[in-house]
Design a protein around this ligand. Structure first.
Ligand code: NQM
Length: 375
């Protein structure tokens, strides 16, 4: 596979993630060709991603593909692609609510959406799930203004707020049909409010839920238990064989420490998140709002209100969500979810992917001298 030698690309921070944003028309239409190109753009597979844009962690090895939408309910289509760091794999099996924060500004920057003078609202069809999101952000004088006073945990400083609303979705909130399941001997709640997540009381896995992410990642006994739960949960949640997949996520729950509703540690699904994903947090919040879930043992359910503060390793994320619990026999549904994020354009330009095939160099002495002068 060859593909283009250079591609127009914008590097953006979206929430607590960072990714390469592309117009769909700038990438190959063929999926295999596109994925091969993206691996070479990001520098995968390589644990350091030294020869590409990737930041050597799943949270900084992300791609957004954006185009004008043919759907009358949406302005743009957004496809999220997770580029694996140390495996040659690109997957569209999950969505990303953090990278989503950059989509509206990117759509304006690339001329897909005409900005208003003041604030612009962009309706985004998230192709990974088919659901809709509406993002609002400041555009004084018809230009995206990234500066402002919104603060989000996990990002230094402040920036302009991007307010994202998720109208009621269509996928079941409880994918197994039950508020609790026993999986691999552990009581869990499987929930999907935009991201499939398995909620697990940290204590059930012999950890506190307050450890730092690195220590949790190094706990091999924990990794084995999480893997066992994830593989079984994947089947019960209708996701099939999730070996090697990035979903479901696993969130350990512990009592809050800083006035929020719950403390979390989230595995995505092998590395431990340094904060928490947006849609992951939306699923945690919905799971806490439903009576009978495993959150009841660990969370402060007195803080059950429309705004749930989800604590995580680097601070907290506030999620506004309303859930109707479902009357006798009917399944619970989420009415709306909203969140504030920030985003920033880091660079806009041309990315030069690593060549498709590296040709072995002819053997010659160091220094570029082939020795012929000495002969
Ligand atoms: O849950 C990480 C992130 C995410 C996904 C992950 C996300 C979300 O923090 O909406 O944003 O769970 O892989 O970017």
């Amino acid at each position: 596979m060859t593909g283009p030698a250079e591609v127009r690309c914008m590097l953006m921070r979206g929430g607590t993630s960072k990714g390469a944003y592309f117009l769909a028309e700038d990438l190959p239409a063929d999926t295999a060709e596109r994925d091969d190109l993206l691996l070479r753009v990001m520098g995968s597979p390589d644990p350091r991603q030294i020869d590409g844009l990737g930041g050597a962690h799943p949270l900084t090895s992300k791609v957004a593909v954006v185009s004008a939408s043919a759907d009358p309910e949406a302005d743009v289509d957004y496809l999220f692609l997770q580029v694996a760091v140390d495996r040659p794999e690109v997957t569209d099996r999950q969505n990303c609510g953090n990278i989503l924060a950059g989509i509206g500004p990117f759509a304006v920057e690339r001329g897909l959406v005409a900005p208003a003078d003041g604030e612009t609202s962009v309706r985004i069809r998230m192709l990974n799930t088919g659901e809709l999101a509406i993002a609002r952000f400041p555009t004084p004088g018809g230009r995206v203004d990234y500066t402002g006073f919104a603060e989000i945990s996990g990002v230094p400083g402040t920036a302009a707020p991007v307010v994202i609303e998720f109208p009621q979705g269509s996928s079941p909130l409880l994918p197994t049909g039950r508020i609790r399941d026993v999986i691999a001997g552990t009581e869990v709640t499987c929930v999907d409010n935009g991201m499939p997540v398995v909620l697990i009381p940290a204590a059930a896995l012999d950890v506190t839920g307050y450890e730092n992410p690195k220590d949790l990642e190094e706990n091999l006994a924990l990794a084995d238990r999480l893997r066992e739960i994830r593989l079984e949960a994947g089947k019960l949640m209708g996701l099939g064989d999730v070996d090697g997949a990035t979903v479901p996520k696993l969130t350990l729950l512990a009592p809050p420490r800083n006035g929020g509703a719950v403390m979390t540690r989230t595995f995505i699904p092998v590395r431990c998140h340094t904060s928490i994903g947006v849609l992951g947090a939306a699923s945690v919040a919905a799971g806490l709002l439903l009576p009978g879930g495993v959150g009841e043992e660990s969370a402060n359910t007195a803080v059950r209100s429309d705004r749930i503060r989800v604590e995580h390793p680097s601070g907290f994320l506030d999620i506004e969500t309303t859930v109707s619990a479902g009357t006798e026999g009917s399944a619970p549904v989420v009415r709306t979810t909203a969140v504030v994020r920030t985003a920033r354009k880091i660079f806009d330009g041309t990315v030069f992917p690593r060549p498709a095939v590296s040709t072995p160099a002819p053997a010659r002495p160091l220094g570029g001298n082939d020795g012929s002068a000495a002969r």
